[in-house]
Write a protein that binds this ligand. Sequence first.
Ligand code: HEC
Length: 215
Amino acid sequence: MGGMEFNKIFAAILVAGIVAMLSGFVAEKLVHPHKLKENAFPIEVTESVGGGAAVEKKAEPVLALIAEADIARGQKLSKACAACHSFDKGGPNGVGPHLWGVVGVTKQNISDFSYSGALNANGENVWTYAALNEFLWNPKKYAPGTKMSYAGLKKPEDRAALIAWLRTLSDSPKALPNPTEIAAEEAKLMPPQVQEVVEEAIETIKDVVEDAPSN
Ligand code: HEC
């Protein structure tokens, strides 16, 4: 075998190696976003990951759901509150204060009701949509020491529906959540793991777009 012949074979092997490497790289790029898609959902699994820090449970954000929420369903769900709350304008108070016009008002503002004082312990003193969401998800967690003995509404669609219905109990209903409020709520309540996955996914997509051949 002449020197020329050897060089040709060597070059062929080299090229084959490079092609194999590149295709592996490309495959990795293409498959990666798919992997992330699968990881993004089972958030609960990470709550008890061995050795890892436990993830604090938070209410799911619901502000984005309120505009389209099922108001009739919200009214039905309010039966769970009616044992303690009247929804009529002007009251009366029951075990809890009456809730006419509660969306967007100062907390604990029904003058003839004797509150625990715990509702604004967290520094928020207005019943914003976001505050109502967290409170109704888990009253005792949102306002430790509250007199409201109610376990909470765990389904985000239920809280959205109930809050959408509460909003209608007013002579001039508060404006629906705006994009800024929706984004602020999502940033506050999104678990850090999800934030990380979302950021990684964005980086991966950017890489793929940058690496893609331009023709
Ligand atoms: C077992 C009785 C009980 C039930 C059931 C109950 N609440 Fe209450 N709620 C209370 C009491 C008592 C307070 C006053 C809490 C305090 O002072 O800490 C309260 C306070 C509130 C407040 C704050 C009002 C204000 O003036 O600041 C809101 C909002 C509220 N409840 C909504 C609801 C909704 C919506 C439901 C149904 C999903 C519900 N509650 C179910 C007893 C109840």
